[in-house]
Design a protein around this ligand. Structure first.
Ligand SMILES: [Fe+2]
Ligand SMILES: [Fe+2]
Length: 422
């Protein structure tokens, strides 16, 4: 018979609260009440970024004013996605009723409206603490994390991409029909023409229409080019942040695309999506940086100062990695499953199930691009190429060294891609 073990009585430790208020007088008043009368341990935070840093203390509850400095809703979204921290209670402490209303249904455990009496503050805090689900015994995440589609401000792809994707499901799609759909988006049309006439494709005659481009390039290449252009269209309004250097980032992504294309040509592998896989592989970084700019800047800083792997720094600071967010976003955009897999596992190609060849190509190209210093993915380290990836493609480290000069030439030519579409 299974023995029932009684859990040892929990030590009476004071609960830890993070108190983030905009006004210093409000902050001091609440702190005194919570510490002196309530017996809580209180850590103060003055900005959204500060709140994220205080999480290292393992707080039981965060009392937050929506008007604190920085992007407070973003901080909450991050918190709710962090597997080890999403059981932490979050309550709004504010005098602004409209601000409080905005937080309803966004993963908050309660609110306390100002002005309050000391009794009301303390009884509300205890009530909220009691309502927070406990940390699961297995240490796993509480079931509270926010789904990707609930994150506000995620970029959307131009509608033309979905139409092109749908049409191209039929391999015999009529070129006129495909061209007509693309031409409904003037910006994509212009970029597609510019790209078709660039050194990237290297035709020796002018391509004057989309119909012409489809006839020369073929449906699948056009579909992939439309996807890459759509990605740039979706992200074009993102400002330069203190975190990721966007110009260097896109150069890194295009370099990975170019190297994947080089290897597939060299190995005579038929891969129309080769360049696009490179453009997409680190997309999660640009999204993390765009959505959580003030937090992602901290990730980049940690990576450089503490020489941490970017995945580890992202996980620790945001509870979310660029490959995971990239994967979720690509799924929500309905991208082809092979490309989604290349995004998910480019740091760990062994995990690929659908197409380990494409994932391995991106993995290898990522390391080569870093080694050749072509752009920057936000961290200066050259990862080791996994043996598994080399085996998938039957190439050796010697092959890569031998190809270096030709890869540099290909990179030079392929950067025409960026000038045509960015
Ligand atoms: Fe990556
Ligand atoms: Fe990368």
């Amino acid at each position: 018979m299974a023995e029932t073990l009684e859990a040892p009585a929990e030590e009476e430790k004071p609960k830890i609260l993070v108190l983030a208020q905009r006004e210093i007088t409000d902050q001091n008043f609440a702190q005194v009440l919570l510490e002196k009368i309530g017996g809580f341990r209180v850590a103060l935070a003055r900005s959204a970024d500060d709140v994220i840093h205080r999480l290292q203390l393992g707080p039981d509850l965060i009392l937050i004013d929506p008007h604190i400095e920085g992007n407070f809703m973003r901080a909450m979204e991050l918190l709710r996605r962090m597997p080890k921290l999403n059981h932490v209670g979050i309550a709004v402490l504010s005098g602004d009723q409209t601000g409080v209303k905005k937080c309803v249904g966004k993963g908050f455990n309660g609110y306390i409206l100002k002005p309050y009496t000391p009794e009301l503050l303390l009884s509300s805090v205890w009530k909220i603490l009691d309502s927070v689900p406990p940390l699961p015994k297995d240490g796993g995440p509480a079931n509270l994390d926010i789904e990707i589609d609930k994150i506000e401000g995620l970029p959307t792809l131009p509608t033309v991409y979905a139409q092109v994707e749908e049409l191209c499901k039929n391999p015999d799609v009529d070129a006129d029909e495909l061209a007509k759909v693309i031409e409904t988006d003037p910006s994509i049309t212009m970029k597609m023409l510019k790209l078709s006439n660039s050194a990237f494709f290297g035709f020796n005659r002018e391509i004057k229409s989309i119909r012409d481009a489809v006839a020369l390039l073929g449906n699948v290449t056009v579909q992939n080019a439309v996807l890459s252009i759509s990605i740039f269209e979706a992200l074009k309004d993102q400002d330069q942040s203190a975190g990721l250097d966007k110009k260097e980032f896109w150069k890194h992504s295009a370099s990975v695309g170019s190297i994947v294309r080089f290897i597939t040509n060299k190995m005579k592998i038929d891969r129309e999506e080769s360049f696009t896989s490179g453009i997409l592989h680190d997309i999660g970084k640009v999204i993390l940086d765009g959505l959580f700019a003030e937090f992602y800047a901290g990730v980049i800083k940690t990576v450089k100062e503490k020489k941490q792997h970017i995945l580890q720094a992202e996980e620790l600071a945001l509870g979310l990695t660029h490959n995971k967010l990239g994967q979720e976003l690509a799924e929500s955009w309905g991208l082809p499953p092979r490309l989604i897999e290349a995004i998910s596992y480019h740091h760990n190609p062994k995990r690929a199930e659908l197409d380990s060849e494409l994932v391995s190509l991106v993995h290898i190209a990522d390391a080569i691009a870093r080694n050749l210093d072509s752009g920057s993915g936000g961290d200066p380290y050259v990862p080791c190429i996994q043996k598994f990836a080399l085996e998938q493609l039957a190439i050796s480290a010697e092959d890569i060294i031998e190809w270096e000069e030709d890869i540099l030439k290909a990179l030079d030519k392929d950067m025409a891609f960026l000038s045509a579409i960015a």
